[in-house]
Design a protein around this ligand. Structure first.
Ligand code: SAM
Length: 333
């Protein structure tokens, strides 16, 4: 009899060991490329997976080989009880890495509890170092809060602290060198992310996209980028440093250099949909079966089938955006 592999392996032999969990579609910001409040109705409270439900799914998926979880949203830190939930998550046997992506507005207030809950690595989204521009991009005058939160996180020993910068033409692409310079003064890992044409504002997608090659050229002409050797747990970021810098520069290029071949991720949306690919609208419902009494075995099969349905690569281009069905605020980026 053929033995069924316990692990999540897709048809292209990619081993999926990384689950991104969006715990809420709510966000306290309304970034110009995301705007959860304006464009999509909020999920009803009962449509969002409870913490208990997420933990049940974790019990099912850890034996399938998931070792790494990133919490995202919406803004994960706006959900009530998040720090207690993180403590329960980090206590699960078999998870080697639990991390958080946040806009950083509540960092100062919550860092103590986040650390006590077992988080050591942070990704903080920061698209501008200019207070006014930050407000224009996010709809909120919160730059100072985020900056002070980063300062505090550094002093408390969070490491690495990654700054996610979505580069948008004519909006923040004049700040590339300012972000790069930060790494001489602080040990931050600044990661420039190509803008993805997904969700809202479709009409001007094409104009916002700046390819990594262009960003790299600009930075290289300021200071030579030195490649950092890849670590075993590295994600899609191409990593560099500068001679004498404390931090790193990374480039994430979902548009110009698909990293689909090495993609090891599955996503669980706030409403309990499994999403094999961020950039494809295919979703598999796991909330329904979960709430109608599916056994662990049945839930495990849903995860396995989601893995098997993962496509070889995404088909998103600046000219062919993903429509409104896809909302970063629910999927989590
Ligand atoms: N609220 C959290 C935050 O701000 O980090 C987590 C959710 S947010 C949707 C996750 C990440 O997705 C952020 O770094 C955000 O900048 C990025 N993101 C959202 N829309 C994007 C887009 N169209 N292209 C590239 N990155 C995007």
């Amino acid at each position: 009899m053929k033995t069924i592999k316990p692990h999540l392996v897709d048809t292209y032999n990619r081993h999926l060991n990384y689950l991104r969990v969006s715990i809420t579609d709510r966000c306290n910001l309304a970034c110009i490329y995301c705007k959860p409040d304006r464009c999509v109705p909020k999920l009803k409270h009962e449509d969002i997976l409870s913490y208990e439900e997420i933990l049940r799914l974790m019990d099912v998926v850890i034996p399938l080989g998931i070792t790494k979880v990133r919490l995202t949203g919406g803004e994960p830190l706006v959900r009530k009880g998040v720090c207690d939930f993180i403590s329960r998550l980090t206590a699960l046997h078999g998870l080697q890495d639990v991390s958080l992506t946040t806009n950083g507005i509540f960092l100062k207030k919550k860092l103590g509890r986040i650390k006590a809950a077992g988080i050591r690595r942070l990704n903080v989204s920061l698209d501008s170092l200019d207070r006014n521009k930050y407000r224009e991009i996010t709809g909120f005058d919160g730059f100072q809060e985020v900056w002070e939160g980063l300062d505090m996180a550094r002093k408390m020993g969070f490491d690495p602290i990654k700054l996610n910068v979505v580069v948008m033409r004519g909006i923040n692409d004049n700040e590339l060198l300012d972000f790069a310079r930060l790494t001489f003064k602080y040990p931050y890992h600044v990661r420039f992310i190509e803008y993805m044409p997904i969700g809202v504002g479709e009409s001007d997608h094409f104009f916002k996209y700046v390819p990594t090659s262009l960003i790299q050229d600009r930075i290289n002409s300021f200071q030579k980028l030195i490649p950092v050797p890849r670590g075993p747990n590295d994600g899609p970021s191409q990593r560099f440093t500068f001679e004498g810098s404390l931090g790193e520069i990374g480039f994430i290029s979902p548009m110009s250099h698909h990293f689909c071949r090495t993609c090891n991720r599955l996503r669980l949306t706030a409403s309990g949909q499994l999403r094999p690919c961020l950039l494809s609208n295919q979703e598999i419902d796991i909330r329904g079966p979960l709430r109608s009494g599916a056994s662990d075995q049945e839930l495990a099969d849903i995860f396995r089938n989601a893995a098997l349905s993962k496509e070889a690569e995404h088909h998103l281009t600046p000219e062919h955006p993903l429509g409104k069905v896809s909302q970063m605020s629910s999927i989590g980026g």
